[in-house]
Every structure is written in C-alpha cells, then in structure tokens.
Design a protein around this ligand. Sequence first.
Ligand code: AP5
Length: 222
Amino acid sequence: SIHGPLKVMVSGAPASGKGTQCEMIVRKFGLVHISTGDLLRAEVAAGTEIGNKAKEYMNTGCLVPDEIVTAMVTARLSMEDVKERGWLLDGYPRTSAQAQSLEAIGVKPDVYIVLEVPDEILIDRCVSRRLDPLTGKIYHLKSSPPETEEINARLITRPDDTAEKVKSRLEIYKRNAEAALSAYMRVLKKIDGNCPKEVVFEEICSLLNQLNDKKVKTAKAG
Ligand code: AP5
C-alpha cells in the first residue's frame, strides 16, 4: 500500500552495484537492509546448517535453492523493526518462485529498482572487488580503494569473483531476471548503473524522496 514506511527492491546483475547503493540508501533513509547474499555469507562464515547447505552453490556461482533463501527472508521480514523502518530487499526475489512466495504473503514493493550496467564492466567490477570482513564495506581496487593501509591489509576477495564464475553468475541472472521482473512491471524503475556511485545514488534519492512525498500527501488526505 501507499501508506507506511518505504518498501524498496533493488535488483541487477552481479556487481551492478546493489550492495554499494543499499549501503548508501540505508544511511540516508534508515530502511532495514535485507541482502540475501550478505545473510548467506554470514551463515557460511558461522558454519550453520543453512551455511553448509548454501556454500557449494554460492562458491560455484549457482543460485541457492528457493526454499532456503525464502525462509531466511520471510523470517527477517516478520521482525518488528521492519514495520517501523520499512525495508530494502537486495538480491531477492531473483526467481519467479521467489516473487510468488512474497506475493503469497502480501509483500509488495513501492518501487522495483533495476541497476543497468553493460556486461564487460561487470566482469571488471567483480574481479577488482574486495570486502572488509570487519565492517562489511565493499571496495573496488580502482574506483573505491580502501581509505587506510590498515583496512587494505585485511581485505578479502569473494570466492565467486573469478572472471569465469562471474560469467556463469551473469548467465544465471539473465535466465531468471525477466521472470522476477515481470511481477513488478507497475513499479519498475530502470536506473543507469554505469556512472559514478554518487551519481547513481542521486537518482535513487530523488526517486525515493518522491515516493515519500506521495506517502505523506496520501496520509494527510486520508
Ligand atoms: P549476492 O551477494 O547478492 O551477489 P550478486 O547478485 O552476484 O551481486 P554482487 O554482490 O556480486 O554485486 P552487487 O550488485 O551488490 O555489487 P557491489 O555493490 O558489490 O549473492 C551471492 C550468492 O548468494 C549468489 O550467487 C547465490 O549463490 C546466493 N544468493 C543470493 N541471493 C539469492 C537468491 N535470492 N536466491 C538464490 N540464491 C541467492 O559492487 C561490485 C563492485 O563494483 C565493487 O567493487 C564496487 O566497489 C564497484 N562499484 C559499485 N558501484 C560502482 C559504480 N557506480 N562505479 C564503479 N564501481 C562501482
């Protein structure tokens, strides 16, 4: 519905900038960030049952089975803070089955953002990506290098970020993207993700501000 806090989905190919933009959106709009990639990596790192099941799929660049990912997301969406702060779904839903699961429990976004970036750029972004295991912050060796030597020394590379695995992740994304997207045609917003991250963020901000204004007006009228 148009009432209540913002409900946002961010989608796009591997390395299109979902995580980078979501980090900035959360800082400005205070939404609850639900990233299936981050949640799964945390399960793997903690050696949980879910982590052990998901690990092989992730390391080879395949999708983790729908029921595992969906259970994780619905559990998080049912927590109290989500009602107050709104939510930002990052990398979910990624298949039509996942979109249907959300539909079944009445979860609908105000906007479905797709970050568009050409294939050849995506490969470079993955290969040069590094993560700070301490803060979870995302870096790129050229476009967003670490701020200090200390951070630089602890950066890690994701096991699925080799050129070969990125190509297969991209193929899997393309195979599923259309079906996931078709559920959200009415609220679809394509954004050019091939510009500096601050420029991409400005466009997302103006979109989310517009949506917030609309909510305020509707609330006053009602
Ligand atoms: P996930 O972590 O979601 O991986 P992904 O979709 O492949 O996306 P990435 O995290 O690779 O990229 P991103 O778009 O967040 O880009 P980022 O901001 O980091 O999922 C990992 C795995 O988990 C999946 O393969 C699957 O196995 C499993 N999984 C997750 N969700 C699932 C689901 N729903 N169903 C089933 N399985 C699921 O940026 C990338 C790089 O580019 C960085 O170095 C960054 O600094 C740089 N960069 C970002 N923006 C810019 C810019 N504007 N200009 C220049 N550089 C930029």
